[in-house]
Design a protein around this ligand. Structure first.
Ligand SMILES: Cc1cc2nc3c(=O)[nH]c(=O)nc-3n(C[C@H](O)[C@H](O)[C@H](O)COP(=O)(O)OP(=O)(O)OC[C@H]3O[C@@H](n4cnc5c(N)ncnc54)[C@H](O)[C@@H]3O)c2cc1C
Length: 226
């Protein structure tokens, strides 16, 4: 499975920072960190979402599939940014790591077929290199299941919103696993992060008390019954 690295530019005490920024606008004492933390918590509890945009999160996501990163890229609220491993400059001709789909793990014949297809791609990439084809052209063969790496930067509000979609039991399994890895590393980054992960990151159904998905997992009652 992949690995999440939290970069040091990630805000260490997000709740305190939120309170400090809000304190400027409220004429509060922003020198007192305890008061900042309490004020930050008040902002969060009152759902003043804009204040969460001051909290920076920078991470390296390494070894997840190009497919899940494609889904990651749809979370554009708050203009996040990222860099992704190049398909032109990195040499994939000598092979690449790839993700084994969950559902194939116990199915030997399916796994064999999947692995064979990946190996075929790897062999073709090698042959195309020998035939003088530029990597930017042969890279068209790279599959969505290949492992990739990104450096990602976004704010807390975006990540909270992402949790609502991607902790949903109906979300793609690899995304749920990736989001779980993010929760694990952020939980250990600081005590304030541990509170955020445990209290703000949750599927949307837990927030509204009903399921909005067409096909429900049954965790909560459906919003509309047909
Ligand atoms: C079960 C499931 C199935 C899914 N299937 C698919 C699928 O088949 N295909 C697919 O592409 N995606 C799919 N998704 C992903 C999902 O639909 C969203 O594309 C994804 O969650 C990112 O969009 P977002 O609005 O949630 O987040 P963001 O883009 O980060 O937006 C967050 C919030 O910011 C605000 N916002 C963002 N942009 C604007 C704007 N331009 N104007 C005004 N307000 C804005 C909105 O309030 C929005 O809710 C699926 C998700 C789930 C959970």
């Amino acid at each position: 499975m992949g690995k999440v690295i939290v970069l040091p530019e990630t805000t260490k005490n997000p709740i305190t920072l939120i309170g400090m920024r809000a304190g400027v606008c409220w004429g509060g004492d922003i020198q007192d960190q305890e008061k900042n933390c309490k004020r930050g918590m008040d902002c969060i509890v009152a759902n003043h979402g804009r204040t969460m945009e001051y909290v920076n999160v920078e991470m390296v996501l390494d070894g997840y599939s190009a497919r899940v990163i494609r889904e990651w890229y749809t979370h554009i609220g708050g203009a996040p940014t990222r860099l992704q491993s190049s398909t032109r400059y990195i040499n994939y001709q000598d092979g690449f790591d790839y993700i084994i789909p969950h559902g194939m793990k116990g199915n030997t014949a399916a796994l064999e077929e999947y692995t064979k297809a990946i190996k075929n791609i790897q062999e073709s990439l090698k042959k195309l290199e020998e035939l003088g084809v530029a990597r930017e052209d042969s890279a068209m063969l790279l599959p969505l299941g290949m492992a990739t790496k990104i450096v990602d930067k976004r704010n807390l509000r975006n990540l909270v919103d992402m949790s609502r979609q991607r902790m949903c039991a109906r979300a793609y399994w690899e995304y749920r696993a990736l989001f779980g890895d993010i929760c694990d590393v952020l939980r250990h980054y600081s005590e304030e992060w541990a509170w955020i992960v445990d209290n703000l990151f949750m599927p949307k159904c837990d927030v509204i008390g009903k399921c909005t998905e067409k096909k429900s997992c049954g965790r909560h009652q459906k919003e509309h019954t047909e």
